[in-house]
Design a protein around this ligand. Structure first.
Ligand code: CA
Length: 428
Protein backbone atom coordinates (compact mmCIF):
# COMPACT_ATOMS: atom_id res chain seq x y z
CA UNK A 1 0.00 0.00 0.00
CA UNK A 2 1.29 3.43 -0.96
CA UNK A 3 1.97 5.29 2.34
CA UNK A 4 0.78 8.55 0.73
CA UNK A 5 -2.71 7.08 0.44
CA UNK A 6 -4.89 7.62 3.49
CA UNK A 7 -8.56 7.86 4.42
CA UNK A 8 -8.96 11.11 2.40
CA UNK A 9 -8.58 8.98 -0.76
CA UNK A 10 -11.19 6.38 0.24
CA UNK A 11 -13.36 5.99 -2.87
CA UNK A 12 -16.40 5.40 -0.66
CA UNK A 13 -16.21 8.89 0.92
CA UNK A 14 -19.05 11.26 0.07
CA UNK A 15 -19.72 14.91 0.87
CA UNK A 16 -22.75 16.81 2.15
CA UNK A 17 -22.15 19.04 -0.90
CA UNK A 18 -24.15 16.60 -2.99
CA UNK A 19 -22.94 17.79 -6.42
CA UNK A 20 -19.48 16.45 -5.45
CA UNK A 21 -20.89 12.93 -5.32
CA UNK A 22 -21.87 12.84 -9.01
CA UNK A 23 -19.55 10.29 -10.68
CA UNK A 24 -18.65 12.72 -13.48
CA UNK A 25 -17.65 15.58 -11.15
CA UNK A 26 -14.01 16.67 -11.45
CA UNK A 27 -14.11 17.80 -7.83
CA UNK A 28 -15.24 14.99 -5.51
CA UNK A 29 -14.19 15.06 -1.85
CA UNK A 30 -11.11 12.94 -2.76
CA UNK A 31 -9.71 15.83 -4.89
CA UNK A 32 -9.87 19.13 -2.90
CA UNK A 33 -7.91 21.43 -5.29
CA UNK A 34 -6.92 24.96 -4.20
CA UNK A 35 -7.70 28.19 -6.06
CA UNK A 36 -8.41 31.90 -5.52
CA UNK A 37 -11.84 33.40 -6.10
CA UNK A 38 -14.03 36.46 -5.59
CA UNK A 39 -17.67 37.32 -6.32
CA UNK A 40 -18.27 37.54 -10.06
CA UNK A 41 -17.74 41.05 -11.44
CA UNK A 42 -16.35 42.43 -8.17
CA UNK A 43 -12.95 43.92 -7.39
CA UNK A 44 -12.88 42.26 -3.97
CA UNK A 45 -9.57 40.74 -2.79
CA UNK A 46 -9.13 37.12 -3.85
CA UNK A 47 -9.94 34.48 -1.24
CA UNK A 48 -8.62 30.95 -0.97
CA UNK A 49 -11.11 28.26 -1.84
CA UNK A 50 -11.27 24.53 -2.42
CA UNK A 51 -13.46 23.22 -5.24
CA UNK A 52 -16.10 20.72 -4.14
CA UNK A 53 -18.59 19.59 -6.80
CA UNK A 54 -20.04 22.72 -8.40
CA UNK A 55 -19.37 24.74 -5.22
CA UNK A 56 -16.35 26.27 -3.46
CA UNK A 57 -15.45 26.01 0.21
CA UNK A 58 -14.17 29.37 1.53
CA UNK A 59 -11.32 28.12 3.75
CA UNK A 60 -10.89 31.22 5.93
CA UNK A 61 -14.65 31.56 6.45
CA UNK A 62 -14.67 27.92 7.54
CA UNK A 63 -11.91 28.63 10.07
CA UNK A 64 -9.54 26.19 8.35
CA UNK A 65 -6.88 28.84 7.53
CA UNK A 66 -6.08 32.23 9.04
CA UNK A 67 -4.98 34.32 6.03
CA UNK A 68 -5.86 34.44 2.36
CA UNK A 69 -2.22 34.54 1.24
CA UNK A 70 -1.97 31.52 -1.07
CA UNK A 71 1.81 31.76 -1.48
CA UNK A 72 2.26 31.58 2.30
CA UNK A 73 -0.05 28.57 2.46
CA UNK A 74 1.89 26.89 -0.34
CA UNK A 75 5.20 27.36 1.52
CA UNK A 76 4.02 24.95 4.24
CA UNK A 77 5.78 21.65 4.83
CA UNK A 78 4.42 18.42 3.39
CA UNK A 79 3.23 17.44 6.85
CA UNK A 80 1.29 20.71 7.32
CA UNK A 81 -0.25 20.23 3.89
CA UNK A 82 -1.42 16.74 4.79
CA UNK A 83 -2.93 18.02 8.04
CA UNK A 84 -4.86 20.73 6.20
CA UNK A 85 -6.10 18.18 3.67
CA UNK A 86 -7.30 15.98 6.52
CA UNK A 87 -9.12 18.91 8.13
CA UNK A 88 -10.82 19.98 4.89
CA UNK A 89 -11.83 16.39 4.14
CA UNK A 90 -13.32 15.98 7.62
CA UNK A 91 -15.18 19.31 7.28
CA UNK A 92 -16.78 18.32 3.98
CA UNK A 93 -17.65 14.70 4.76
CA UNK A 94 -21.27 13.60 4.66
CA UNK A 95 -22.79 13.85 8.10
CA UNK A 96 -20.44 16.55 9.38
CA UNK A 97 -22.36 19.62 8.21
CA UNK A 98 -23.96 22.12 10.49
CA UNK A 99 -25.69 25.36 9.50
CA UNK A 100 -22.40 27.19 10.05
CA UNK A 101 -20.58 24.95 7.58
CA UNK A 102 -23.11 25.63 4.83
CA UNK A 103 -22.49 29.37 5.18
CA UNK A 104 -18.88 28.84 3.97
CA UNK A 105 -20.01 27.43 0.61
CA UNK A 106 -20.25 29.55 -2.54
CA UNK A 107 -21.61 28.41 -5.91
CA UNK A 108 -18.96 28.35 -8.66
CA UNK A 109 -21.57 29.98 -10.90
CA UNK A 110 -21.44 33.10 -8.69
CA UNK A 111 -17.66 33.60 -8.59
CA UNK A 112 -14.71 34.40 -10.83
CA UNK A 113 -11.31 32.78 -10.45
CA UNK A 114 -7.98 34.59 -10.26
CA UNK A 115 -4.55 33.16 -10.94
CA UNK A 116 -4.09 30.39 -8.37
CA UNK A 117 -1.30 32.33 -6.63
CA UNK A 118 1.18 35.16 -7.23
CA UNK A 119 3.35 33.49 -9.85
CA UNK A 120 7.05 34.12 -9.29
CA UNK A 121 9.50 32.83 -11.87
CA UNK A 122 8.39 30.65 -14.73
CA UNK A 123 10.51 27.91 -16.27
CA UNK A 124 9.41 25.86 -19.25
CA UNK A 125 10.81 22.35 -19.71
CA UNK A 126 10.76 20.07 -22.72
CA UNK A 127 9.94 16.70 -21.17
CA UNK A 128 8.17 14.91 -24.04
CA UNK A 129 10.69 13.06 -26.17
CA UNK A 130 7.92 12.49 -28.73
CA UNK A 131 7.32 16.25 -29.08
CA UNK A 132 11.07 16.98 -29.09
CA UNK A 133 11.68 14.44 -31.85
CA UNK A 134 8.74 15.42 -34.09
CA UNK A 135 9.41 19.14 -33.79
CA UNK A 136 13.16 18.60 -34.06
CA UNK A 137 12.57 16.87 -37.42
CA UNK A 138 10.73 19.95 -38.70
CA UNK A 139 13.33 22.46 -37.49
CA UNK A 140 16.46 20.30 -38.06
CA UNK A 141 15.66 17.31 -40.32
CA UNK A 142 19.27 16.13 -40.22
CA UNK A 143 19.52 16.29 -36.41
CA UNK A 144 16.10 16.04 -34.69
CA UNK A 145 17.05 15.01 -31.15
CA UNK A 146 20.10 16.78 -29.76
CA UNK A 147 22.62 14.61 -27.86
CA UNK A 148 21.94 16.24 -24.45
CA UNK A 149 18.22 15.35 -24.50
CA UNK A 150 18.48 11.96 -22.76
CA UNK A 151 20.76 13.35 -20.03
CA UNK A 152 19.35 16.78 -19.11
CA UNK A 153 15.76 17.87 -18.45
CA UNK A 154 16.01 20.70 -21.02
CA UNK A 155 14.38 24.01 -20.08
CA UNK A 156 14.50 27.77 -20.46
CA UNK A 157 13.32 30.71 -18.36
CA UNK A 158 10.05 32.17 -19.56
CA UNK A 159 7.99 35.20 -18.66
CA UNK A 160 5.38 35.48 -15.90
CA UNK A 161 3.66 38.81 -16.63
CA UNK A 162 1.71 37.40 -19.60
CA UNK A 163 0.36 34.33 -17.80
CA UNK A 164 -3.42 34.51 -17.44
CA UNK A 165 -6.15 32.31 -16.02
CA UNK A 166 -8.72 30.15 -17.80
CA UNK A 167 -11.55 32.13 -19.36
CA UNK A 168 -9.25 34.83 -20.71
CA UNK A 169 -8.85 36.15 -24.26
CA UNK A 170 -5.64 37.48 -25.78
CA UNK A 171 -4.66 39.24 -28.99
CA UNK A 172 -2.87 37.50 -31.83
CA UNK A 173 0.75 38.66 -31.54
CA UNK A 174 2.79 40.52 -34.11
CA UNK A 175 6.37 39.54 -34.73
CA UNK A 176 9.28 39.25 -37.08
CA UNK A 177 9.28 36.30 -39.46
CA UNK A 178 11.29 35.26 -42.48
CA UNK A 179 9.96 32.97 -45.17
CA UNK A 180 12.47 30.40 -46.43
CA UNK A 181 12.33 31.81 -49.97
CA UNK A 182 12.66 35.43 -48.84
CA UNK A 183 15.95 37.31 -48.46
CA UNK A 184 14.74 39.63 -45.70
CA UNK A 185 12.32 39.27 -42.80
CA UNK A 186 9.06 41.17 -42.33
CA UNK A 187 6.88 42.07 -39.35
CA UNK A 188 3.18 41.46 -38.86
CA UNK A 189 0.56 39.23 -37.21
CA UNK A 190 1.67 35.62 -36.75
CA UNK A 191 0.08 33.30 -39.30
CA UNK A 192 1.02 30.18 -37.35
CA UNK A 193 -0.55 30.62 -33.92
CA UNK A 194 -0.54 27.37 -31.95
CA UNK A 195 -1.36 25.95 -28.53
CA UNK A 196 0.85 23.71 -26.42
CA UNK A 197 -0.73 21.06 -24.17
CA UNK A 198 1.28 21.17 -20.95
CA UNK A 199 0.97 20.61 -17.23
CA UNK A 200 1.99 23.41 -14.91
CA UNK A 201 3.83 22.51 -11.69
CA UNK A 202 3.55 24.99 -8.80
CA UNK A 203 6.39 25.06 -6.30
CA UNK A 204 5.36 25.15 -2.63
CA UNK A 205 8.11 25.01 -0.02
CA UNK A 206 11.11 27.08 -1.15
CA UNK A 207 14.79 26.11 -1.07
CA UNK A 208 17.62 28.42 -0.08
CA UNK A 209 20.06 29.74 -2.62
CA UNK A 210 22.96 27.30 -2.77
CA UNK A 211 20.84 24.36 -1.57
CA UNK A 212 20.36 21.59 -4.12
CA UNK A 213 17.07 19.77 -3.58
CA UNK A 214 17.61 16.01 -3.66
CA UNK A 215 15.36 13.57 -5.47
CA UNK A 216 14.20 12.31 -2.07
CA UNK A 217 13.00 15.80 -1.09
CA UNK A 218 11.94 17.05 -4.50
CA UNK A 219 8.25 16.24 -4.34
CA UNK A 220 7.85 17.78 -0.90
CA UNK A 221 8.67 21.10 -2.64
CA UNK A 222 5.80 20.75 -5.12
CA UNK A 223 2.39 22.09 -4.10
CA UNK A 224 0.23 21.07 -7.00
CA UNK A 225 -0.41 20.71 -10.70
CA UNK A 226 -2.58 22.63 -13.17
CA UNK A 227 -3.31 22.49 -16.89
CA UNK A 228 -1.12 24.87 -18.83
CA UNK A 229 -1.43 26.18 -22.40
CA UNK A 230 1.83 27.73 -23.59
CA UNK A 231 0.64 29.60 -26.71
CA UNK A 232 3.28 29.72 -29.44
CA UNK A 233 3.86 31.54 -32.75
CA UNK A 234 5.41 28.95 -35.05
CA UNK A 235 6.57 31.39 -37.75
CA UNK A 236 8.31 33.72 -35.25
CA UNK A 237 9.98 30.77 -33.48
CA UNK A 238 12.32 29.33 -36.17
CA UNK A 239 13.71 32.76 -37.13
CA UNK A 240 14.50 33.87 -33.56
CA UNK A 241 15.33 30.74 -31.57
CA UNK A 242 19.02 30.29 -32.38
CA UNK A 243 21.35 30.71 -30.59
CA UNK A 244 19.62 31.62 -27.30
CA UNK A 245 16.26 29.82 -27.49
CA UNK A 246 12.58 30.86 -27.58
CA UNK A 247 11.74 34.53 -26.94
CA UNK A 248 8.85 36.51 -28.46
CA UNK A 249 7.33 33.40 -30.06
CA UNK A 250 6.38 32.29 -26.54
CA UNK A 251 6.12 35.20 -24.13
CA UNK A 252 2.95 36.94 -25.36
CA UNK A 253 0.50 34.65 -23.52
CA UNK A 254 0.18 31.45 -21.50
CA UNK A 255 -2.97 30.25 -19.74
CA UNK A 256 -3.33 28.20 -16.54
CA UNK A 257 -6.36 26.39 -15.14
CA UNK A 258 -7.52 27.94 -11.84
CA UNK A 259 -7.47 24.86 -9.56
CA UNK A 260 -4.17 23.47 -8.24
CA UNK A 261 -4.60 19.70 -7.82
CA UNK A 262 -2.25 18.79 -4.99
CA UNK A 263 0.37 16.07 -5.12
CA UNK A 264 -1.48 14.55 -2.13
CA UNK A 265 -4.68 14.24 -4.17
CA UNK A 266 -2.72 12.63 -7.00
CA UNK A 267 -1.21 9.91 -4.76
CA UNK A 268 -3.44 7.09 -6.11
CA UNK A 269 -2.48 7.92 -9.70
CA UNK A 270 1.28 7.34 -9.73
CA UNK A 271 3.22 5.14 -12.16
CA UNK A 272 6.69 3.77 -12.54
CA UNK A 273 9.31 5.89 -14.28
CA UNK A 274 10.82 3.69 -16.95
CA UNK A 275 13.35 4.32 -19.68
CA UNK A 276 13.16 2.49 -23.00
CA UNK A 277 15.80 -0.27 -23.13
CA UNK A 278 19.05 1.01 -24.54
CA UNK A 279 18.51 4.56 -23.25
CA UNK A 280 20.94 5.84 -20.59
CA UNK A 281 19.81 5.70 -16.97
CA UNK A 282 19.64 9.15 -15.32
CA UNK A 283 22.71 10.40 -13.46
CA UNK A 284 22.54 9.71 -9.68
CA UNK A 285 21.25 13.21 -8.77
CA UNK A 286 18.24 12.54 -11.06
CA UNK A 287 17.56 9.06 -9.75
CA UNK A 288 15.89 7.58 -6.66
CA UNK A 289 14.11 4.31 -5.81
CA UNK A 290 10.85 6.21 -5.25
CA UNK A 291 11.15 7.90 -8.63
CA UNK A 292 11.75 4.59 -10.39
CA UNK A 293 8.85 2.98 -8.57
CA UNK A 294 6.24 5.73 -8.86
CA UNK A 295 7.80 8.97 -10.14
CA UNK A 296 5.35 9.52 -13.00
CA UNK A 297 1.78 10.83 -12.87
CA UNK A 298 -0.98 9.02 -14.79
CA UNK A 299 -2.98 12.06 -15.96
CA UNK A 300 -5.20 11.78 -19.03
CA UNK A 301 -5.14 14.92 -21.10
CA UNK A 302 -7.37 16.31 -23.86
CA UNK A 303 -7.31 19.27 -26.24
CA UNK A 304 -10.60 20.68 -27.53
CA UNK A 305 -11.09 23.32 -30.21
CA UNK A 306 -14.23 25.46 -30.47
CA UNK A 307 -14.27 27.86 -33.42
CA UNK A 308 -16.32 31.07 -33.44
CA UNK A 309 -18.74 29.42 -35.89
CA UNK A 310 -19.16 26.46 -33.53
CA UNK A 311 -19.75 28.79 -30.59
CA UNK A 312 -22.42 30.72 -32.52
CA UNK A 313 -24.25 27.50 -33.39
CA UNK A 314 -24.09 26.03 -29.86
CA UNK A 315 -21.51 23.37 -30.85
CA UNK A 316 -19.34 22.41 -27.85
CA UNK A 317 -16.22 21.95 -30.01
CA UNK A 318 -14.15 19.02 -31.26
CA UNK A 319 -11.72 16.96 -29.23
CA UNK A 320 -8.55 17.15 -31.31
CA UNK A 321 -6.23 14.89 -29.32
CA UNK A 322 -5.76 12.86 -26.16
CA UNK A 323 -2.44 12.34 -24.40
CA UNK A 324 -1.05 11.29 -21.02
CA UNK A 325 1.55 12.83 -18.69
CA UNK A 326 2.86 9.26 -18.16
CA UNK A 327 4.62 9.43 -21.51
CA UNK A 328 6.96 12.25 -20.46
CA UNK A 329 10.69 11.45 -20.52
CA UNK A 330 11.38 13.26 -17.22
CA UNK A 331 9.39 13.39 -13.96
CA UNK A 332 8.37 16.34 -11.79
CA UNK A 333 10.92 15.30 -9.15
CA UNK A 334 13.68 15.27 -11.77
CA UNK A 335 12.68 18.77 -12.92
CA UNK A 336 13.01 20.07 -9.33
CA UNK A 337 16.30 18.25 -8.67
CA UNK A 338 17.80 19.42 -11.94
CA UNK A 339 16.61 23.03 -11.57
CA UNK A 340 18.30 23.30 -8.16
CA UNK A 341 21.46 21.22 -8.77
CA UNK A 342 23.39 24.47 -9.25
CA UNK A 343 21.92 26.01 -6.09
CA UNK A 344 19.18 27.99 -7.86
CA UNK A 345 16.56 28.94 -5.27
CA UNK A 346 12.95 28.14 -6.08
CA UNK A 347 10.24 30.15 -4.36
CA UNK A 348 6.69 29.47 -3.32
CA UNK A 349 4.56 30.26 -6.38
CA UNK A 350 7.22 29.54 -9.00
CA UNK A 351 5.80 27.75 -12.01
CA UNK A 352 7.28 25.03 -14.20
CA UNK A 353 5.75 24.07 -17.52
CA UNK A 354 6.37 20.46 -18.49
CA UNK A 355 6.72 21.28 -22.18
CA UNK A 356 4.27 20.03 -24.78
CA UNK A 357 3.02 16.60 -23.70
CA UNK A 358 2.75 14.66 -26.92
CA UNK A 359 2.38 10.89 -26.79
CA UNK A 360 4.10 8.32 -28.97
CA UNK A 361 1.30 8.16 -31.57
CA UNK A 362 0.59 10.90 -34.14
CA UNK A 363 -2.97 11.35 -32.83
CA UNK A 364 -1.49 12.19 -29.41
CA UNK A 365 0.19 15.34 -30.69
CA UNK A 366 0.14 18.15 -28.12
CA UNK A 367 0.32 21.00 -30.66
CA UNK A 368 -1.03 21.89 -34.10
CA UNK A 369 2.56 22.10 -35.32
CA UNK A 370 2.69 18.32 -34.94
CA UNK A 371 -0.95 17.58 -35.81
CA UNK A 372 -0.81 19.55 -39.08
CA UNK A 373 2.75 18.40 -39.81
CA UNK A 374 4.11 21.93 -39.79
CA UNK A 375 1.03 23.32 -41.56
CA UNK A 376 1.28 20.87 -44.48
CA UNK A 377 -1.82 18.87 -43.61
CA UNK A 378 -5.19 20.54 -42.93
CA UNK A 379 -7.35 19.22 -40.12
CA UNK A 380 -11.02 18.84 -40.97
CA UNK A 381 -13.36 19.73 -38.10
CA UNK A 382 -16.75 18.09 -37.52
CA UNK A 383 -18.66 21.10 -38.89
CA UNK A 384 -16.62 21.10 -42.11
CA UNK A 385 -14.20 23.92 -41.17
CA UNK A 386 -10.49 23.36 -41.82
CA UNK A 387 -7.49 24.31 -39.68
CA UNK A 388 -3.74 24.14 -39.89
CA UNK A 389 -3.11 26.77 -37.21
CA UNK A 390 -5.49 28.82 -35.02
CA UNK A 391 -7.76 31.53 -36.40
CA UNK A 392 -9.19 34.58 -34.66
CA UNK A 393 -12.19 33.62 -32.54
CA UNK A 394 -10.94 30.09 -31.86
CA UNK A 395 -11.14 28.86 -28.26
CA UNK A 396 -8.81 26.12 -27.10
CA UNK A 397 -9.81 24.09 -24.05
CA UNK A 398 -7.48 21.72 -22.20
CA UNK A 399 -8.95 19.08 -19.90
CA UNK A 400 -7.29 16.58 -17.60
CA UNK A 401 -8.40 13.79 -15.29
CA UNK A 402 -7.15 10.72 -13.44
CA UNK A 403 -8.98 7.41 -13.45
CA UNK A 404 -7.93 4.11 -11.89
CA UNK A 405 -9.54 0.96 -10.55
CA UNK A 406 -9.91 1.26 -6.79
CA UNK A 407 -9.73 5.07 -6.76
CA UNK A 408 -12.28 7.86 -7.16
CA UNK A 409 -11.89 9.70 -10.49
CA UNK A 410 -10.61 13.27 -10.04
CA UNK A 411 -10.25 16.05 -12.60
CA UNK A 412 -8.52 19.36 -13.24
CA UNK A 413 -11.51 21.32 -14.55
CA UNK A 414 -10.69 23.16 -17.74
CA UNK A 415 -8.13 25.61 -19.12
CA UNK A 416 -9.88 27.73 -21.74
CA UNK A 417 -8.80 30.80 -23.71
CA UNK A 418 -9.85 32.56 -26.90
CA UNK A 419 -7.81 34.17 -29.66
CA UNK A 420 -8.69 37.80 -30.50
CA UNK A 421 -7.53 39.67 -33.64
CA UNK A 422 -4.20 41.52 -33.54
CA UNK A 423 -4.38 44.73 -31.55
CA UNK A 424 -1.13 46.59 -32.01
CA UNK A 425 -0.72 48.81 -35.06
CA UNK A 426 2.68 48.45 -36.62
CA UNK A 427 4.56 50.41 -39.22
CA UNK A 428 5.35 47.71 -41.75
CA1 CA B 1 6.24 25.26 -24.10
Amino acid sequence: MNPAIDDTHDPALTSWVTSANAPASDFPIQNLPFGRFRPKGSQAPLRIGVAIGDQVLDLAAAGLIVTNDMNALMANSAQQRRQLRQAISAFLRAGSAGTKARACIVAQADIEMGLPCRIGDYTDFYTSIHHATTVGKQFRPENPLLPNYKWIPIGYHGRTSSIGVSGESFHRPNGQTKALDSKVPSVGPTRKLDYELEIGVFIGMPNERGEAVTMQEAESRVFGLVLFNDWSARDIQPWEYQPLGPFLSKNFASTVSPWMVTTEALAPFRSAFVRPSGDPEPLPYLDSPANREAGAFDIQLEVWLQTAKMRDSGHAGDRLVTSNFNDAYWTVAQMVAHHTVNGCNLQSGDLFGTGTLSGPRPEQAGSLLELSQGGEKSIKLSNGEMRTFLEDGDSVVLRGYCERTGARRIGFGECRATVLPTRATLTT
